[in-house]
Design a protein around this ligand. Structure first.
Ligand SMILES: C[S@@+](CC[C@H](N)C(=O)[O-])C[C@H]1O[C@@H](n2cnc3c(N)ncnc32)[C@H](O)[C@@H]1O
Length: 204
């Protein structure tokens, strides 16, 4: 498990994280007709890097994450910037009963590979979306495990066809992928490039 609490204070000083979120936000904007009446959930929001570029084109945004440290930084940013349409909640939807709220859009960046049960979280996302609601997931394409290093237990990215099958089983339709970013990283195996996809889908 990665200790995200201890990374939270320095998260936004990594220009790659900021640029990655900006590119993912642009891709969501291109693929989904966003409007100020839409309610949205940012799952695994971290410090909110993905939601800030989208906040002026959406209605109410709920930001959920299991890390108290990430949410502390996020709350400070919301207060500093006087943002009025963001609500922050600490949550792990894989370990809690389904909440009552429903959304028109759920987006999630670089979080899916940290969640052991992919089928379960896709089912939860499906249940939390209004009919015809949109799902947008950005994550790593399948990699050899060098992205996090061997000692950290996470999914080694996702095979697009296998993730499509899982999303279909969870009840999603109109599934498509775009490559939206590339993370270039120095690893034990040398300098490597890791593509990041954006999956977009609709609740059937
Ligand atoms: C790689 S960070 C990405 C943060 C942010 N989305 C971004 O793009 O900058 C992954 C985030 O997922 C959160 N996370 C991991 N497992 C989670 C779970 N089961 N439920 C909610 N959040 C989770 C972590 O606390 C962390 O903030």
């Amino acid at each position: 498990m990665i200790d995200f609490d201890s990374k939270a204070r320095r998260w936004d000083s990594n220009p790659v994280f900021v640029e990655r979120a900006r590119k993912i936000a642009e891709a969501i904007h291109r693929r989904v007709a966003l409007d100020r009446n839409m309610s949205a959930l940012d799952y695994g929001c971290g410090t909110g890097l993905l939601s800030f570029p989208l906040k002026d084109v959406l209605g109410r945004i709920t930001l959920k994450d299991s890390s108290a440290g990430m949410l502390e930084v996020l709350r400070e940013k919301i207060a500093e910037q006087n943002v009025s349409n963001m609500t922050v909640r600490q949550a792990d939807l894989t370990a809690e009963p389904l909440p009552d709220e429903r959304y028109d859009l759920i987006y999630s960046a670089m979080t899916l590979h940290h969640i052991p049960d992919t089928d379960k979280i896709l089912q939860v996302f499906h249940a939390l979306l209004n009919p015809d609601g949109h799902l947008c997931i950005a994550d790593l394409d399948a990699e050899d495990g060098s992205f996090h290093g061997p000692e950290i237990e996470v999914h080694h990215g996702f095979d697009r066809a296998a993730l499509t099958a899982k999303a279909e089983r969870a009840g999603f339709t109109d599934i498509r992928f775009d490559t939206v970013f590339e993370i270039v990283k120095e690893t034990e195996a040398g300098v490597r490039a890791y593509p990041v996809f954006l999956l977009t889908a609709r609740r059937a």
